[in-house]
Structures are given as structure tokens and as C-alpha cells.
Design a protein around this ligand. Sequence first.
Ligand code: FAD
Length: 325
Amino acid sequence: MGRKVLVFAEVRDGELRNVSFEALAAGKEISGEGEVIAAVAGSGIGCLAEILIQYGADRVVVVKNDKLDTYTSDGFFQAYLQVIQSEQPDAVLLGHTALGKDLSPRLAARLGAGLISDTTGIEEEDGEVVFTRPIYSGKAFEKKRVKDGTIFATIRPNNIEAITKDTSRSGVVEQKDIEVTDLRTIVKEVVRKATAGVDLSEAKVIVAGGRGVKSEEGFEPLKDLADELGAAVGASRGACDAEYCDYSLQIGQTGKVVTPDLYIACGISGAIQHLAGMSNSKVIVAINKDPEANIFNVADYGIVGDLFEIVPLLTQEIKNLKVGV
Ligand code: FAD
């Protein structure tokens, strides 16, 4: 059975976010023999269309309007709604990112569609698409299927594997002028926090610190390890509350939800609210001096000891491996 699937690709700092490629892979799964259309909005984005085709889009709609240069809820809502109305897809997919979380409920409500948010898996069963999503802060998973109307879902980053980039793929690129009126908010300036390194929500490896790092300086060995691994640095709320680091690093129920291939928890006790944000990581390594710490209950590998001894040793070992010592 063929379905027409519309995937809204997301751009940050002029580059497509990985979750857009993962959403395209999900789109291919849902479409079967049908068509996967990628839509991308913003300025200076025409050059991204080819990349979307290489990652599985059959057709790309490049949405143009000066008012879409910077993200606003109102502007993108109007733009995305017009694309949906003109394409009349069977399914609409967005990344489960800040943008996706902002727009998808509004769009789904306007279309009278149900929304399956934070999807971690997709499969076809008896001609229907079955979505898997975490519930109860990641302690259980539920399966959902759409019985009627447009399928509307957001895709959790780092869960559905993108298809391999194929530079020989070709597809159709269409430019679409969109009308955007009456913006209630105008973004005058975007001031970013000076966070160096890899984006936490899409990182394949995360080194996270908790209250056990004891100070702002205590994060330095973790940053060294992260540099060696090409990893992002994250934190528990305990570490953020103690002002050892910025809240933008917080992982957990009230922070970011992450699913890296490798999560190294250093000096984190493993409170349920922290686990809610990281327990679905593929491999978890915990370093804690308390052998009874709850984090060891979710860890694949546990090291009982002082993080200030162990983390530099790990960093050195990785350096040695790189130079073949
Ligand atoms: P602690 O619990 O104090 O643990 C520190 C750990 O470090 C201990 O296990 C200790 O043995 C170990 N340690 C100390 N020194 C060393 C050393 N030298 N070497 C190795 N190990 C050492 N928390 C989150 O993380 N994210 C959230 O999103 C979040 N949301 C919340 C929402 C609500 C509504 C509430 C009520 C709480 C929330 N919390 C959240 C807070 C959560 O309950 C915990 O308080 C917090 O996660 C504890 O952080 P921690 O593990 O860093 O600190």
C-alpha cells in the first residue's frame, strides 16, 4: 500500500538537523510504495534540497518567504499549514525537537488529526502503521495506530536510523511562495548561549556530570573526556541547581531527553527524574563512588570509585588507543 508522506525538515545554523534524515527514513517506512515529500522553510535553504533527496525524499518543497528567515510559531504554523493543505498528505512527520513540539500539536489540532508524539519506532502491521512511544517517563512503551484521518507524528532524535546517503538519487525540487500574515511576534535578534561542542539532543555520545563533580571546575575532566570522544557534555539537575553548569545541559524529566549510543554518567545518583531523560540510551556507563547508587540499576557497565581518578584514566586510555600505544 502506498501513502503520501510529508516530512518537515528542520534547519539550524544553515544545516539540516540529523532528526530530519531520521524522519525521512520513518517517512519511507510509512509510505511503502508511495511518495515521501520533504518540505523545508527558511532563507538560503535551496541548496539543502539535494541533501534531502540523497536521504530519501522523492520530492522537496522549498518554502520561501522573508518572514520565515527566523523561526516564529505564527510564521511557521501558517507556512506548514499551507503546505499540508496543498499537498493533502496521508501522513505528516516532524522531529520531536523544540520546533516540532511547538508546532505539531497546533497543526494537528487545526487539521482535526490525532498526534503521536515522541515516536521511537515505526512498523507496518496488517496494513496499518504501528508507532512505539515511551510512557511513564520512559519506564514503559506503548504502541499506537491511527485508525482514521491523517497520521501525524513527531520522531524522537537518535532512535530511527537514517538511510545511507545516496548521492546518485534524484528527485524533484519545487519552490513554493507562501503567504505569511499578521505575525504577533517578531524576532529582532537571536542571542545564543555560548555552548561549545556537540549538540546535546543529537549527540551520539554524552558525558554527563552530577552533583558528584562538586564544582564548576569539576566539570573540566568530563569536558576533556568529551573532547576525546567527540561527545557532548550533559548534567543532572543536581549539578545545574548547584550552579556547576548551565541549565541548558540538564538532562531528565524537566530537561532534555536524550538517546545517545553511549551515555557516561559521572557522579550522578540516578534519581527517577534523571533516568526519565537518559535511560533509553543504548549503552550506559556509570561512575559513582556509592555502590548502592540507583544509576547502577540502569547501567550496562558500572565503575565504583572516585570520578576524579577514573575519568582522567579513561581519557588517557582513549588517547593511547588513538595513537596505538
Ligand atoms: P545527587 O543525588 O546528590 O547524587 C550525587 C552522586 O554523586 C551520589 O550518588 C554520590 O555517590 C556521587 N558522588 C559524589 N562524589 C563522587 C565522586 N568523587 N566520584 C564519584 N561519584 C561521586 N533531576 C535531573 O537530573 N533531571 C531532571 O530533569 C529533574 N527533574 C526534576 C523534576 C522534579 C519535579 C523534581 C522534584 C526533581 C527533578 N530532578 C531532576 C531532581 C532529581 O530528583 C535529583 O535531585 C537529581 O537528579 C540529583 O542530581 P545528582 O544525581 O547529580 O545529585
